[in-house]
Write a protein that binds this ligand. Sequence first.
Ligand SMILES: [Zn+2]
Length: 316
Amino acid sequence: MPKTRCEVCDSKQNEIIDVREMMFGTKHVFQYLVCNDCGSLTLQNIPENLGDYYPNDYYSFVEEKQNGFKNWVKFKVEEYSLGNNSFLGSMFSIFFGLDANFKAIEKCNPNKETTKILDVGCGGGILLHKLRKQGFTKLYGVDPYVANDIITKDIVIKKASLRDLLEEEKKYDIIMMSHVLEHMENPSQQLQEVQQLLNENGRLIIRVPISSSHAFEKFKNNWFQIDAPRHLFIPSLRGMNLLSVNQNLRMQDVFFDSMAIQFTASQNYAKDIPLKDQVNIPFFKRFSPKRLYYSLVSRKLNKIKKGDQATFIFSK
Ligand SMILES: [Zn+2]
């Protein structure tokens, strides 16, 4: 049955837009409801073969191949985002902005020796390994799509669902859902389950694309973050408020963290160029005047809450 109601607020008032699959460029067309009440987007029909739209190399595709120099620059930015003063970190952050995952973790006042961090939808554990490099030692990940469990001294990754994890009755101090909620069916239920894994004083960090953004207003169905059909819904800022209030989650903080790619990728979609043909941008091109200009515009949009993605920090 095609969905007729908003996934977030249950309203029946909406318009339907056609959106093409453009990450891999199959250009298959999917319909999304644009809610007239809360502004969130809902994929009308979840394809039965959704798995086909996640190729085996999906994770490495999303993270791109990294060279040593780039990794080092990122490490410096991550370190600086965690609140460690460093000259190089501050310089690189001017170009790249702070790393939103690390900035959010820093806001939770973690203790590297004792804070238990769970990354939901962790894939191969890229974020967990970065946290390990920054000195964190109690790191956990869960993902139903990894090949098997991965257990090392400081990192434990389980091939499992949130519900499987609930049976372990273990609690975590910080739970990260970094660009995963929009890939999941029934977001209300996911939030209800995930908060049961949270310690009483714990923090839930959720990063999602946001539909009440300048980029969606400007590019509409070519906005690259719709990412049809992998994104099953995309909340507006109001939608995210509704979702969390309904689950008794208290919003402690929110910051927008959109980047230049909201312009460059969406412009390319409008020109019919899929993302797979865009990822191999040479490193030095990141410093092109055009990208720098869009980085500055993105920073301004983030300040007025019109960037196309945001990071939320919740408590119970
Ligand atoms: Zn709605």
